[in-house]
Design a protein around this ligand. Structure first.
Ligand SMILES: *Cc1c(COP(=O)(O)O)cnc(C)c1O
Length: 510
């Protein structure tokens, strides 16, 4: 073990290579008239008329205030900014529930093929047979992985998939003349679940967890009645634990005519091993951007397909791509009782291409190996840190687990937040903090299958180092991170009272 005084020093692999904290904004390096492109002047007459039907009140009076910069300054500015942020391509990113695994470059290469990139969503089937075939193949594979009948690829993210699933649940019950009001959700659920239930017009009823971190089956039984439209479950749940009573849960729900919704945002633990359809689920959403190789975070584009069992197929958003066997061509078709579109076009197509490329490159056996590695890595890391940081639920975990800084807080006054911030100085992205809500001082850790054994061991060493430093000096982490350009921020003020450094000439933008 290193001397305490030297721990953390000079190890900040996440620290930027160049630049300083005072990197100007792109507006501040703007110079009037400077351009990244120089185009030849117009050699045709400019049409002067305003008889284009536009409402004159909607026509801007001048040019918008855009930064005017050379290509060189533009590239330098954004390259400097990119070097002061953390990314999956830099190091381990154990952000539980978010599945920040390394995304193989081959899928980007395939998605950037000009044949895909040049497509316009309004092109009809005669010009887009290849794209429709890809959508059909992807849908078929996702249905095979989840044990479902058909899927819509339209929803643009996990939460959008959840809302779609709840609208399907509502359409199903209403078609049976069966108005129901409540949807059950365990208290460990992701925050988007209750939000989606509310948006879908249902009331949330919270199911407590047992002391083993699983759905309290007796409480569930007491809550199940014919006013319950369905239950939303994550399995493995957000504590990284597999709901062992899932078959019984499905029976209780189906007995009262309720549907089972599977939050499959994170499918990393079960691919090729078990399927929501075999557990009794009726509706599943998947986050292609988490499990199937699209870099995400920072709110980038996502894809949240929703797959359903046979009895819900007719309600799916339309149109669905299909192979017409009579003509051997692909076409679009609206399901009989479709809830309508949930996306302006056909979903975030480039992400669907990535997912298909990822699935094709791994194959069925490769997918299963990925899941087994994800579970092995999580359990190895959990075993390695068991002595330094508390693990509230000790049983074998799936692709992630939740640790608690509760004891450290009581002994040394150190919070989960301090540990997360300290990890940045060791070159790792912090884990998810303070979620799920039912664990005090929670640190939710998901190493993913893409990290090597050495990386897992180094991450465990870093956590052990942090805990040792705190035992010697409880204030050791107070100012972490120290190796970054910007140190510990007041996060509430930074998010809520953000002050732009430049005047956009727009009074509302403050
Ligand atoms: C990430 C996540 C969601 C939400 O997905 P988005 O694409 O961020 O909308 C829902 N449930 C769980 C369990 C998640 O981890």
């Amino acid at each position: 073990m290193t001397e305490v005084s030297s721990i953390g020093a000079g190890r900040a692999t996440s620290a930027p290579l160049v630049g300083n904290a005072a990197e100007p904004t792109i507006y501040e390096i703007s110079a009037p008239g400077r351009r990244a492109d120089s185009l030849p002047g117009i050699d045709v007459e400019i049409s002067g008329g305003r008889d284009d039907g536009l409402n004159p009140a909607m026509i801007a009076e001048g040019m918008p205030k855009l930064p005017e910069v050379s290509e060189r300054d533009l590239v330098a500015h954004y390259t400097r900014l990119s070097q002061r942020t953390f990314a999956v391509d830099i190091g381990a990113y154990p952000l539980g529930s978010c599945t920040m695994k390394y995304n193989p470059k081959v899928v980007d290469r395939i998605a950037s093929n000009p044949g895909w990139m040049g497509l316009h969503p309004s092109q009809g089937p005669s010009q887009t047979q290849g794209a429709l075939e890809l959508l059909v193949r992807l849908e078929t594979e996702l249905c095979e992985i989840t044990g479902m009948e058909r899927a819509t690829l339209q929803p643009a993210a996990g939460a959008a998939g959840e809302l779609t699933g709840l609208l399907l649940m509502r359409a199903f019950h209403e078609a049976n003349g069966d108005a129901r009001r409540r949807v059950l959700i365990p208290d460990s659920a992701h925050g988007t679940n209750p939000a989606s239930v509310t948006l879908g017009g249902y009331q949330v009823a919270q199911v407590p967890s047992s002391d083993r971190g699983l759905v309290d089956i007796d409480a569930l039984r007491a809550m199940a009645d014919t006013d319950v439209a369905g239950i939303m479950l994550t399995n493995p749940n957000t504590l990284g634990l597999f709901e062992e009573d899932i078959v019984e849960i499905a029976r209780i729900m189906h007995d009262v005519g309720a549907l089972l919704y599977y939050d499959g945002a994170n499918l990393n633990a079960i691919m090729g091993i078990t399927r929501p359809g075999d557990m009794g689920f009726d509706i599943v959403h998947l986050n292609l951007h988490k499990t199937f190789a699209t870099p995400h975070g920072a709110g980038g584009p996502g894809a949240g397909p929703v797959a359903v069992s046979n009895r819900l197929v007719d309600f799916l958003p339309g149109p669905l791509p299909e192979l017409d066997s009579a003509t051997a061509t692909y076409r679009w078709r609206d399901p009989a009782r479709s809830i309508g579109r949930v996306h302006g076009e056909n979903g975030n197509f480039a992400i669907l291409v990535r997912a298909y490329a990822y699935l094709s490159s791994l194959g069925a056996a490769g997918l299963e190996t990925a899941s087994r590695m994800a579970v092995l890595n999580a359990n190895y890391l959990k075993a390695l840190i068991d002595n330094s940081i508390g693990i509230p639920f000790g049983q074998t975990c799936m692709h992630e687990f939740v640790a608690t800084a509760s004891t450290l807080r009581k002994k040394h006054g150190v919070k989960a937040l301090d540990i997360a911030k300290a990890l940045i100085d060791y070159g790792y992205h912090p884990p998810t903090m303070y979620f799920p809500l039912i664990v005090d001082e929670a640190l939710m850790i998901e190493p993913t299958e893409t990290e090597s054994r050495e990386t897992i061991e180094q991450l465990a060493d870093a956590l052990a180092d942090i805990v040792e430093r705190v035992a010697v000096d409880p204030s050791a982490l107070d100012s972490a991170p120290t190796g970054t350009l910007v140190g510990r921020l007041d996060e509430a003020t930074a998010a809520r009272r953000f002050k732009p450094r430049i005047d956009f000439g727009n009074e509302e933008a403050t």
